[in-house]
Structure formats: structure tokens, C-alpha cells
Design a protein around this ligand. Structure first.
Ligand code: BGC
Length: 367
């Protein structure tokens, strides 16, 4: 998948609509998911990848509640914890058989659902990619996600800022890099976003990746599993850091950050200064670590808002309207997928209470 900058045409279009006082509803490129509308009580299929991070667990319940409240029948399924692309493909096929009018899919593997989404389109359904893009097919109508490239940029920036704060006398820093599962298209977008910030600092020798592992194939964490990140961190520390200080680790999410922190502590590298470890997702288990400084940062990507945006698309489609989109930045390899992007927010100890003020559970963890 490649991500392109928002085109001048799209920007001009938005400006024109702003001038004429119109909303951007109906502004999606022609030919994408034109909706004939459908009745209350129709089945809406939601297929989610696995439960390896809290946001996916939360999304399932939120989708069930919001779709039911909107008057439709929710069919929400997960690929099992051992997540396989084949399992998710079977689930999507069964949603097609049940006559789902909309499929909302958080792909386990963004490249493996081509034939299932083709069947959905042949049946007249609308396909919405949720959080992760579905790649290499024309049969995806919409994408709704947080701005994932921005997430990566915020992580890269947080790593630099955090190391400047923690090692004020240092002129250069020793770091290691982690990325997510190779099957998840987001993993590359996060990593590329972070490297946009970090690569120039590697080139000018401000940063040294002591292991030398800077390619995404070397940094990947199979299936986003924390045990895989922990094993890799153990190996990196044992092989490269005897007598060498570690200053920071780029971690793509909170689940992996906690595994990396466990490894750093076990190797005796948490003292005298705890290296800077980034994260993402604002998981409840990571907020106390952010408050003590064990984990330096996370990203606030409120799942409630993302689910609400996807369900708003369902309501618009049911009413025969084109859902609102605000970005043409995502090309899935075959087409530009009309996208609704939400803005992610960087969270450190300094702004945690403020960032979570609309989420009582997370705000309480900042006290
Ligand atoms: C999501 C992240 C999440 C990761 C692992 C990504 O696609 O965007 O929020 O941490 O999957 O579940």
C-alpha cells in the first residue's frame, strides 16, 4: 500500500465547499460505494482480526451496541486469538451468505480478503475497511481510521524528545527499532511515519541503531505478539549491549512496549536511567507506566470515536446517502479508497490527565 499526499484537487474541493457553506457529504470520488439504501433490521457484518490489543476487544462490544441501537442486526465476529487469515475469510463468507448489507472489516491480513469482498460487492453490499486497509482489490468502498502515518511521526518525535529530556548531556543516542506484524498494512505506515523523523538523525549520527537492524523485515513482530517482541529485545540486548548504554526503543504499540520494558528491566538496563520506550493505543495497563515514566509515551486513538464514525457510514448508506470522507491519501495498490481519517494525539505524563478527560477509566489511572 502506498500513501499519497492529499491532492490539490481534493483541497480545492474542500475549500469550495467551505465557501459555499456545503458539508463535505457526497464529496467522495464518483463510482465508490453509491448506496441504494437498505431497511432497518438489515444485517451489518463486523469482522475483527484478533484480541491481541485492547482496542480490538473494545471495538467488538461498541460495534454490537451502536449497530443495534441504530436499528440493524449486528453480526460481530473475531478471528480466534491464534488469528489466521483463513478463519477471517470464512467469517466474512458467512456474513455474505447471511446477506449483510455492509461489511466492516478490520483485516487480520490486508491482502487476503480479495475473493470475499468481491462476493460482497457482487451481492450489492458496501465494504468498509476499519482501522486497517484492505489491499490490492477494487472491492473496498471506504476506509475509516486514525491517521496512521501521523501516529508513526508522533512516535518518532516522542522518541527524540524523550531522549533529550532523559539524557540532557548526551550528543548521540543508542536506540533499537520495532515494527508490527508484516500481515498488517498499518505496520509499514507506522514504521515509515516514524522513520521520516528518525532516518535523518540516523544519517547525521545523532542516533545509532546499535544492532544495525533498521529494515522493516528485521524489526517486524510476528502477529503483534508481545512474546515475540520480548524475545527479540532479549536477543538484541544480549548480543549488542554488554557495556553499552541503551537510550531508547521505538515500539509501535503499548502491548509490545510493555514486553520490551520487561526485557530491558530483566537485562539490568533500566538503571540508572530508564530508556525511552514509545507506544500506541492508550491501553489501561500502560497508563500507570506512563505516569511513573517506565513507558515514555502512547497515542490516544479513542476507539469509541472510530466505531462511531464507521457506524455513521452505515446509517448514511442505509439512508441512500454517500458517507462523508475527508481524505484521498490512501491508495490500496489498485485504487484510492475514499477515507475518513481521525487525528491521533500523542500522550506523555505531561498531558495524560488532559488527554483522557473524556474517558473516566483512563483519567482515573493518571491520578
Ligand atoms: C492498530 C493498532 C494496534 C495494532 C495491533 C493496528 O492495526 O492500528 O492500534 O496496536 O493493530 O493490534
Amino acid at each position: 500500500m502506498r500513501k499519497f499526499a492529499i491532492t490539490t484537487v481534493a483541497i480545492a474541493g474542500v475549500a469550495l465547499m467551505a465557501l459555499s457553506g456545503c458539508s463535505s457529504r457526497g464529496a467522495t470520488p464518483s463510482g465508490s460505494g453509491a448506496a441504494a439504501g437498505f431497511k432497518a433490521g438489515s444485517t451489518i457484518g463486523v469482522s475483527l482480526p484478533d484480541k491481541t490489543s485492547e482496542n480490538w476487544v473494545l471495538a467488538g462490544q461498541l460495534f454490537t451496541d451502536a449497530i443495534t441501537k441504530a436499528g440493524f442486526k449486528a453480526d460481530v465476529q473475531y478471528a480466534p486469538a491464534t488469528g489466521t487469515a483463513a478463519e477471517q475469510a470464512n467469517q466474512v463468507s458467512s456474513m455474505n451468505t447471511k446477506g449483510a448489507k455492509v461489511l466492516i472489516i478490520g483485516a487480520y491480513d490486508g491482502k487476503q480478503l480479495g475473493s470475499q469482498v468481491k462476493t460482497a460487492k457482487d451481492n450489492g453490499a458496501t465494504v468498509i475497511a476499519y482501522d486497517r486497509l484492505i489491499e490490492n482489490t477494487k472491492n473496498v468502498d471506504y476506509y475509516v481510521a486514525y491517521d496512521n502515518e501521523k501516529v508513526g511521526e508522533l512516535q518518532g518525535q516522542a522518541l527524540l524528545t524523550g531522549m533529550k529530556e532523559r539524557y540532557p548531556a548526551a550528543k548521540s543516542y543508542n536506540i533499537e527499532l520495532f515494527s508490527g506484524s508484516a500481515t498488517d498494512p498499518n505496520a509499514k505506515v507506522f514504521f515509515d511515519g516514524a522513520m521520516k523523523i528518525l532516518q535523518p538523525k540516523i544519517d547525521d549520527k545523532t542516533l545509532k541503531v546499535v544492532s544495525g537492524q533498521t529494515a522493516i523485515t528485521q524489526t517486524a513482530t510476528p502477529d503483534w505478539k508481545p512474546e515475540n517482541a520480548q524475545t527479540r529485545m532479549d536477543t538484541l540486548l544480549a548480543a549488542n549491549y554488554s557495556g553499552t548504554e541503551l537510550n531508547g526503543v521505538l515500539s509501535p504499540n503499548d502491548t509490545l512496549a510493555r514486553a520490551i520494558i520487561t526485557s530491558i528491566k530483566a537485562a539490568g538496563k533500566a538503571t540508572p536511567v530508564m530508556p525511552v520506550v514509545t507506544g500506541q493505543d492508550s491501553e489501561a495497563a500502560s497508563i500507570p507506566l506512563i505516569m511513573t515514566g517506565e513507558q515514555y509515551s502512547t497515542i490516544n486513538k479513542d476507539t469509541t470515536k472510530l466505531v462511531a464514525q464507521a457506524v455513521q457510514m452505515v446509517k448514511d448508506l442505509a439512508a441512500g446517502k454517500k458517507p462523508q470522507t475527508n481524505s484521498t491519501a490512501y491508495n490500496n495498490g489498485v485504487k484510492v479508497v475514499p477515507t475518513y481519517l481521525l487525528p491521533p494525539e500523542l500522550v506523555t505524563k505531561a498531558n495524560a490527565a488532559e488527554s483522557y478527560k473524556n474517558n473516566a477509566k483512563l483519567e482515573a489511572l493518571t491520578k
